[in-house]
Write a protein that binds this ligand. Structure first.
Ligand code: SF4
Length: 56
C-alpha cells in the first residue's frame, strides 16, 4: 500500500486501516483521542477514536 505517513502521529496499531504499516505512523492529518474511563490513570485507559479496523 502506498501511504503518506504523518510524522507527528506515531502509531503502532497495524490493524487500523489508517496505519502506515511499514513506518508505524498514522496517515490521517489529525486524530480524535478519548477515554472509556471516568478517571483515566494508565496508558491503556486512553483510546484513539479515529481507529477503523483494517479488513483488507
Ligand atoms: S487512526 Fe488512530 S489507531 Fe489508526 S493509525 Fe491513526 S492514530 Fe493509529
Amino acid at each position: 500500500m502506498n501511504c503518506s505517513p504523518n510524522k507527528s502521529i506515531h502509531c503502532t496499531v497495524d490493524k487500523c486501516k489508517f496505519n502506515c504499516k511499514d513506518e508505524a505512523y498514522c496517515t490521517l492529518s489529525s486524530v480524535d483521542i478519548g477515554t472509556h474511563e471516568q478517571n483515566p490513570t494508565q496508558t491503556q485507559c486512553v483510546d484513539c477514536n479515529s481507529f477503523v479496523p483494517d479488513n483488507k
